[in-house]
Design a protein around this ligand. Sequence first.
Ligand SMILES: Nc1ncnc2c1ncn2[C@@H]1O[C@H](COP(=O)(O)OP(=O)(O)O)[C@@H](O)[C@H]1O
Ligand SMILES: [Mg+2]
Length: 325
Amino acid sequence: MAPLLEISNLSVRFHSDKAEVFAVNGLDLSLDTGKAIAIVGESGSGKSTVMMAVMRLLQSNASITGQVKLDGTDVLQLPEKAMRRLRGKEMAMVFQNAGSSMNPTKTIGDQMIEPMLFHHMASARDARQVAVKLLHQVGIPDPEERLNNYPFEFSGGQLQRVMIAMALIADPKLLIADEPTTALDVTVQAEVLILLKKLQRERGMGLVFVTHDLAVAAQVADDIYVMYGGFVMERIAASELTTHLVHPYLRGLVQSIPKIDGPRTELPYIPGQPISITGGLPDGCVFASRCDKRFVKCHERPRHISISQQHSVSCWLAEGGVEQA
Ligand SMILES: Nc1ncnc2c1ncn2[C@@H]1O[C@H](COP(=O)(O)OP(=O)(O)O)[C@@H](O)[C@H]1O
Ligand SMILES: [Mg+2]
């Protein structure tokens, strides 16, 4: 069966007066129906850009090449009108700050019911019932009454749940969640993660979960894509994360996952600054400047090679390179 989402050789550059930003560089990604993948990387590694390209929501200073197939249709080639139908209906997105993407002057009920009426998905009475059911599914108590509340009357965690309910209105095949729990405290974050995972399983949706937190990624996803400088460094099954890693970047990230009882840290404890992708890319591996395993070959850009069906990597070590002591 063809993948639900198949991204091939996607590149995105942003143009500005000053310089070009090489935000995404030849990215391949594949997600099957009913599976979850996580895209992990430091801030600025290009995660949101990939997802905004999938939703075709990038700003006009972006130039995009490659293919983004949803159920076999290249969304990059669709006219905007067809794209509007696809957004929300076939694929929906949940963002980091639920509050800022909602209308503060309208009740949650109105904000959930209006799109259903607009798309002729339900009668007014049915739409209200659908909204109640969805709020119940995402764990909002007293959903009937809560429909009459405004966004400011919800806590951060509840608002994130409401936003997930909104994303599910049209029963999308693909749900994209871009750092949906980053602004929440750890306990609430864990609850929202469990909810997303549960909904994904129950509905058989494809889920793309974007995060800077590798530990979170491992909890949610079947497959993990690690990005650095706009490239996928390694793609690996979550179950093999601690045993089969190749890329020194990812190994560093795994080592920096905090112990359960230790202090919580953000990505990463790898020395050095993220590569600048403004103005051009280095000739060699983008991670070389921070890599403690680099050797002569790393002056050339590594290919992304397959190690097994679920495992691929961009690193010369995978091609028989010799580690430096
Ligand atoms: N509209 C834009 N114009 C110029 N540069 C942008 C724009 N949007 C994002 N970028 C740049 O693209 C790179 C990747 O950004 P982003 O995809 O948001 O990273 P992430 O989500 O991993 O933090 C960053 O260097 C960011 O500054
Ligand atoms: Mg982002």
